[in-house]
Design a protein around this ligand. Structure first.
Ligand code: ATP
Ligand code: MG
Length: 368
């Protein structure tokens, strides 16, 4: 049977937040422990993070360990999953360079995630006044295709923003295999089942919780900070008096409850309601205040994050071990990526020194 391989990762632009957790990280741990996959690679995408942080390499350098600690704290087990640092695998850069030849600039321009990220970062389309778009940033979907295919990944567990990236990777694989012969595996994205987790909004109600937008609850956050953030969360601006009927749409507190709450939480913290549907029904009818709902959400999130934070504090005592995990993982990943690169170069017929027939034919050509 064909092997089932996972590749997924995060940019080390900050500590990981609950959006990462519900969008991808929690799933990774479940998949890791399910034993259904032959191999799991988890990549700290520092080279990708540098594409829009060229002037701030220290930010990336400082956050690699933070992301690694968050992984271990969430239950990523180095005995079962390989954690690697992207920049330490030169084969990824080499693959990217060859894939660039089979992607058009028009195709890159159509990538909706890139489009919205360009806007978010304030890049201007032309160099005129504002800051232009770095070429590396613009082409990062191709580099991501290199990351995924280097490990012949079949499955990419990620949030919704990654759909266009995996789609583009599939196109690159298809094109490569058609032009040069079968060498690469077509991956599929594995999205969260729960709709609220596809793209968790920020605590400010903005469309996506994102390190770059500063609207996050971090996994390593201390309890009083979590509480402060939850109590300040965006709800329904028209729900002024308790008796007012409240709206659920765009109400971040309820989106978070969709993502995090389970029936047992009601038993423990809000037994007057059997489940989330009953709570929602009361809120929309009127007579239920935001503070009560926020207090409940706070209890739910605190319960989820407490063990993660405690485990993190344990790993923080042994940073040398964490670096060792990253080094060993990167070394293993490099060996695997080299196998794919060899295949790719053979398929593209740029393996001159391994090609005895080529050399023999040139000898014959000049042998008179
Ligand atoms: P940056 O702002 O630097 O891009 P980010 O917060 O968007 O950081 P990434 O490292 O780009 O985080 O994303 C890593 C993974 O987490 C991806 O699989 C992405 O889909 C998922 N993810 C990130 N933010 C969210 C979110 N708010 N909801 C669901 N999934 C998310
Ligand atoms: Mg992102």
């Amino acid at each position: 049977m064909a092997k089932k391989i996972i590749l997924t990762g995060d940019r080390p632009t900050g500590r990981l937040h609950v959006g990462h957790y519900v969008g991808s990280l929690k799933r990774r741990v479940e998949l890791q422990n399910s034993g259904e996959y032959d191999k799991i690679y988890i990549m700290i995408a520092d080279a990708q993070a540098l594409t829009d942080n060229a002037d701030n390499p220290d930010k990336i350098r400082e956050n690699i360990i933070e992301v690694a600690l968050d992984y271990l704290a969430c239950g990523i087990d180095p005995a079962k999953s390989t954690i690697l640092i992207q920049s330490q695998i030169p084969q990824l850069t080499e693959l990217c360079f060859y894939y660039m030849n089979i992607v058009t600039t028009a195709r890159l321009e159509r990538n909706p995630t890139i489009k919205s990220e360009i806007k978010m970062r304030g890049y201007s389309e032309n160099d005129g006044e504002g800051k232009g778009i770095p070429v590396g940033f613009y082409t990062y979907p191709i580099s991501q295709a290199a990351d995924i295919t280097a490990f012949q990944a079949t499955t990419v567990p990620a949030g919704e923003d990654q759909k266009p990236m995996v789609e583009q990777t599939r196109e690159i694989v298809h094109k490569f295999n058609t032009v040069y012969g079968e060498a690469l595996t077509e991956p599929s994205i594995l999205l969260p089942d729960n709709e609220a987790c596809l793209r968790l909004p920020g605590i400010d109600g903005k469309a996506k919780m994102s390190k770059s937008l500063g609207n996050c609850i971090y996994l390593s956050e201390e309890p009083d900070e979590i509480q402060k953030k939850v109590m300040s969360m965006f709800t329904d601006p028209d729900h002024i008096k308790i008796t007012d009927p409240g709206k659920l749409e765009g109400n971040t507190v309820f989106t978070y409850l969709d993502a995090f709450s389970r029936p047992e939480h009601f038993e423990r913290y809000l037994p007057e309601y059997a489940n989330l549907d009953e709570l929602k029904e009361h809120y929309t009818r009127g007579g239920l205040g935001d503070v009560k709902v926020k207090r409940f959400l706070n209890s739910v999130i605190q319960e989820e994050l407490e063990p993660i934070r405690n485990r993190r504090h344990e790993y923080e005592k042994d940073i040398a071990y964490v670096y060792d995990v990253l080094k060993k993982g990167s070394e293993e990943a490099e060996r695997v990526a080299q196998e794919t690169l060899d295949k790719v170069k053979a398929a593209m017929r740029i393996n001159y020194f391994d090609d005895k027939d080529l050399i023999a034919s040139h000898i014959a050509k000049y042998q008179k």
